[in-house]
Design a binder for this molecule. Structure first.
Ligand code: NAG
Ligand code: NAG
Ligand code: NAG
Ligand code: NAG
Ligand code: NAG
Ligand code: NAG
Ligand code: NAG
Ligand code: NAG
Ligand code: NAG
Ligand code: NAG
Length: 365
């Protein structure tokens, strides 16, 4: 059933764009390749990929799963990825601490489904005392928000109330949490989950189902999370800049489709097919993707603008845990986060992308 639906969706999407092109040019235009690095398959990506938006924009997007942030951002800088989406704290860290040449070109979401989740027999944050908690990196943004939430419950990493297991990105941590152990048999207890894993967790058989101990949005909000990120050099190369512009335009069109309540069922089907999950899990994921506070349609103006307050909160949480050790005294954060060419955020390619959208509606869902 799901497979059939998936095939008909893809067939419809290909037909929708291939026919007019063939009619016009007598041949199917070659697609441009994009290497897209990402930690999770967001709802916007699912819609863009499943419903033919990338093809309509002439793109052949290869989704490259980021295994961990250290590796992912190195890939971005060395040209392995043309563009990536990752939580903006990484860009803040690599840029302000290490002066790495990367730039944020827009915000995708404000941390949908960011939760502290545990194995079934742990039912409160207090029970995490004395345990080791899974993180991507001990100095990554999600480790800091885990510390922030736990600190509000009186548990402090620096006091030895708990420790960290460095395991990898959310997709790995989720699999380990449901299994109750790392591949080598070490027990696991809790971690931070993000979209779509909190939704996926909600439909896991009850004896393995993770508990949601806390929602980050109850403690920190707004909170800017996934952001489009590129290496600086790509912005000054005409070919690479055009590819980034087209990718962001396709994602923007898909994001508007996602935001349209009339397309709800179609978006849910796209999410279900992309993630290979049940309609129940996809419906839950859809709800978080369109959440006005945390979702993928929550950026100011719904146009990939970075929420300044959300970014200030990211910087605030990192500061609280001494996460700016390499930043010189007197550094002007307020000015450094103004969107401008050469700064952390440069929205000019986003501005161009909004002008480069094409008319496209998936034939049927
Ligand atoms: C898309 O890119 C992949 C990997 O580079 C390639 O194998 C595939 O043939 C391409 N598809 C199209 C339709 O261009
Ligand atoms: C990150 O991923 C790379 C590539 O898969 C791997 O070689 C490396 O060991 C990983 N690092 C951590 C800390 O897991
Ligand atoms: C950061 O790197 C840029 C080049 O990418 C360089 O111009 C600048 O001087 C560096 N700043 C510091 C503080 O090292
Ligand atoms: C939960 O189960 C794990 C593994 O079976 C065990 O090590 C741990 O002590 C249990 N924790 C609680 C709070 O019951
Ligand atoms: C199991 O794997 C984790 C994460 O890679 C590692 O930190 C730990 O030392 C390993 N434990 C054993 C007993 O090999
Ligand atoms: C711009 O990028 C293209 C495609 O990656 C590359 O072939 C070209 O050499 C680059 N141009 C410059 C001036 O670096
Ligand atoms: C959307 O799906 C629901 C539940 O399956 C169904 O009741 C409703 O009629 C559908 N709406 C449209 C517009 O197809
Ligand atoms: C989708 O999930 C089903 C069952 O959960 C599994 O059997 C199937 O292999 C998965 N398909 C893909 C393409 O991963
Ligand atoms: C995006 O939305 C913001 C906030 O509403 C608005 O100020 C800005 O002009 C919009 N940008 C574009 C390029 O449409
Ligand atoms: C987008 O289009 C508008 C209207 O044509 C124009 O005023 C604006 O300069 C364009 N912006 C960019 C960044 O191309």
């Amino acid at each position: 059933m799901q497979v059939l639906l998936f095939r008909s969706l893809v067939a419809a999407a290909i037909l929708a764009v291939a026919l007019p092109q063939e009619a016009a040019a007598g041949t199917t235009a070659a697609l441009e390749s994009v290497n897209y690095g990402a930690f999770t398959q967001t709802a916007t990506y699912s819609v863009a990929n499943q419903l033919g938006f990338f093809i309509a924009y002439g793109l052949n997007v290869t989704f490259l799963q980021v295994p961990n942030s250290t590796y992912g951002y190195a890939q971005l800088l060395n040209g392995g990825y043309d563009i990536m989406t990752g939580t903006i704290d990484n860009a803040v860290n690599f840029r302000f601490n290490s002066n790495d040449s990367l730039t944020v070109t827009g915000q995708l979401d404000q941390g949908p489904e960011l939760t502290v989740a545990s194995i079934p027999n742990i039912t409160s944050v207090a029970q995490l005392k004395g345990l080791s908690l899974m993180v991507d990196s001990a100095v990554s943004g999600y480790a800091y928000i885990l510390r922030k939430v736990l600190a509000l419950y009186g548990l402090h990493l620096e006091d030895g109330d708990y420790s960290f297991q460095v395991v990898g990105s959310t997709i790995t941590r989720y699999a380990d949490l449901v299994a109750g152990q790392l591949p080598n048999g070490t027990a696991v207890y809790a971690t931070i989950l993000t979209y779509p894993f909190t939704s996926e967790a909600s439909v896991v058989p009850v004896d393995q189902r993770p508990n949601i101990l806390a929602r980050v949005s109850d403690f920190i909000q707004p909170f800017t999370s996934s952001a489009f990120t590129v290496r600086n050099q790509a912005l000054s190369n005409t070919t690479q800049r055009a590819l980034i512009r087209t990718f962001m335009a396709a994602m923007y069109s898909a994001n508007q489709f996602l935001a349209d309540p009339a397309q709800k069922n179609c978006s849910i089907a796209a999410i279900a097919n992309q993630l290979n999950v049940s309609t129940a899990a996809a419906t839950s994921a859809y709800s978080s993707a369109i959440d006005p506070l945390t979702g993928e349609t929550s950026s100011p103006g719904s146009n990939f603008t970075v929420n300044r307050q959300g970014l200030l909160n990211v910087i605030d949480v990192r500061s609280q845990f001494d996460g700016f050790t390499e930043v010189l005294a007197g550094f002007n954060f307020a000015e450094a986060i103004l969107p401008s060419a050469g700064n952390l955020i440069d929205s000019s390619v986003r501005d161009e992308a909004l002008n480069a959208t094409v008319q496209y509606s998936p034939i049927s869902c």
